[in-house]
Design a protein around this ligand. Sequence first.
Ligand code: APR
Length: 391
Amino acid sequence: VRTQVAIAGAGPAGLVLACVLLRAGIAVEIVERQPRETVEQRARAGMVEHRVVEYLRAHRLADGLLAHGVRHGWCDFLIPGERLRLDYAARAGGAAHWVYPQQYLVRDLVAALETAGGRPYFARPVTAVHAPAGERPALRCPGLVVEADYLVGCDGPHGVTREALPAALRDDASHRYPYDWLTVLAEVDRPVDGVVYGVHRRGFAGIMPRTARLARCYLQIPAGDSAADWPRERVRAELGTRLLTPHGALPRVGRLTDTGVLRMRSTISQRLCHGRVFIAGDAAHLLAPAGAKGMNAAVADAADLADALVRHYQDRDDAPLAGYSARRLHHIWRVQEFADRFLDLLNTARPDGDDGRFGLHLKRERIRRLTEDGPFGTDFAHQYAGTGELP
Ligand code: APR
């Protein structure tokens, strides 16, 4: 198969890129390892930043989100004895998150792609990338070769497109945090009306809205622990301890499902392109998962690359393409710095607690400054809400 742009991976990055290019009259083929049902049911992220909502709205890709998503403009910090609210929408000029489970957004994007004439290849893993210098690159899958002017790897952290980048460019900047996060979906007796971050000497705990009956919960656990170390009753007890609030202040947590462990690390590639091969989203960077930045950064990469490819094909202007890697890395490192500081605030360095007194006291002060009026909190609010413009 020959086309203009070949995309590996139908996650948020790959699908947004494919939709915008196709609508601009650029020929696109997108290849996805998983079957369609899997992609459209995988519960992942769910907090969509202000600038991403505005971008999707401008590109007529936000109908489902705007119809069924829920707008959130505040988050609470729970630190023993206090619940402090950051009204970040008020502090960031009205910018807010929209809670819309990622699998719903992916489902909407696949539908938009097909409406625009796209025919995604599902259940078709890319097994190799062929990109010799000076030749048209190609994606190789069982029984299918897609040759294109440009390849874009949107195939996530375990994808294969990165192999097309010279090894020297792949010594990514990587950081392993000294703890992991356990993640679990919890049935709740009423909707979670806002994100709650629990800062406790035993470690971080968070509860985030997902749907009216489901919440996404996180627990800081020792690095290397597995889900088997955390039976449901232990998870429930820890959530209760770390998110201790006056009776009824938080929804009651019922059945726990979909338990998983996030190995807490950040990895950012040195460069996001080589020759005619580009990488975007989690294939290019794994960000510390504080503040729900992963999916939003993935869409931001796709938005930037879509704009650059349109300028190449429509205006014969190659400058934006040449600047893609530098522009995105500038943005990604700012987001990473924000997420890294935020993780430092939320997580206990030593769960055995001996830095608990001082550590907790310092965190309490930092949270107070965050939630009081002032530049510190306002800057945080802008970064957390994701203000500013996507290309
Ligand atoms: N061939 C084809 N598709 C592949 C391959 C492969 N070899 N390897 C992985 N994929 C697919 C995966 O099945 C997945 O559907 O690539 C897609 C990558 O999607 P995501 O992991 O969602 O990555 P991205 O689009 O960058 O979005 C990143 O979304 O997953 C959430 O919050 C998470 O931060 C993350 C964000």
